[in-house]
Design a protein around this ligand. Sequence first.
Ligand SMILES: Nc1ncnc2c1ncn2[C@@H]1O[C@H](COP(=O)(O)OP(=O)(O)OP(=O)(O)O)[C@@H](O)[C@H]1O
Ligand SMILES: [Mg+2]
Length: 261
Amino acid sequence: MADAAIPYYAPTGDEVALFEHAYRHRLPLLLKGPTGCGKTRFVAHMAARLGRPLFTVACHDDLTAADLTGRYLLQGGDTVWTDGPLTRAVREGGICYLDEVVEARKDVTVVLHPLTDDRRILPLERTGELLQAPPSFMLVISYNPGYQNVLKGLKPSTRQRFLALDFHFPPPEAEATVVAEESGLPRDRCVPLVRLANALRDLKGQDLEEGVSTRLLVYCATLIAAGMKPERAIRAAMIEPLTDEPDVRQALLRVVEITLG
Ligand SMILES: Nc1ncnc2c1ncn2[C@@H]1O[C@H](COP(=O)(O)OP(=O)(O)OP(=O)(O)O)[C@@H](O)[C@H]1O
Ligand SMILES: [Mg+2]
């Protein structure tokens, strides 16, 4: 039975076993896949399952190495060293998850390299410390290969330090279960929503940058479970978030009509 303390995650392949192997063998892991397909939930699930604290960092283009490692901060007249999330994860033997890592500044990779080869060390220049990561420390990074600027992709010397897992939206049967589980909408009412999502996903590339995510499906089902009319919920959760173009919106609405009748 599901443990209440472990976030719900429905596996779609052998990702749980692969994560456990990576953890046991002290290998860092890269997750790639479209937005809203379960990467963050998977990491939260695995951290809880393995009983390790999780330190999540949402990377952005201003994120520097010091944001990860730590800095001296002014505290009542004194300057006090304050660990960043990566340093805390190393000290506590936890799992550090860097979300959308390709967004981060170049100097971040300098910190990650010695941590992700067999040295597993984190040098803190500012404090003069050289931290050796304990066996239970694990680094997980993720990115969405879809809309990333190619030039911003990870260097081979960085990506070849990680085992990699490719994430996809779950197959329809599994996705319907996830949506029902997350939203509380009966599963038989989730099935047509999933069918619609897959029809909309087929338009990806032509008119759309990204297909409807599992996350948006969960939003849609949540609104319907709360009593909103399905047409309204679909528009708010599965059409409007995808596009600002009137033509594309019309095309998506046609797909709704055709798919749901
Ligand atoms: N396999 C799954 N099991 C359980 N829930 C899932 C699964 N896949 C997706 N979900 C649901 O979809 C939502 C979005 O997933 P999540 O936040 O993990 O996406 P993500 O891949 O991290 O997206 P992003 O790249 O935008 O950060 C979750 O909150 C959860 O409700
Ligand atoms: Mg995420």
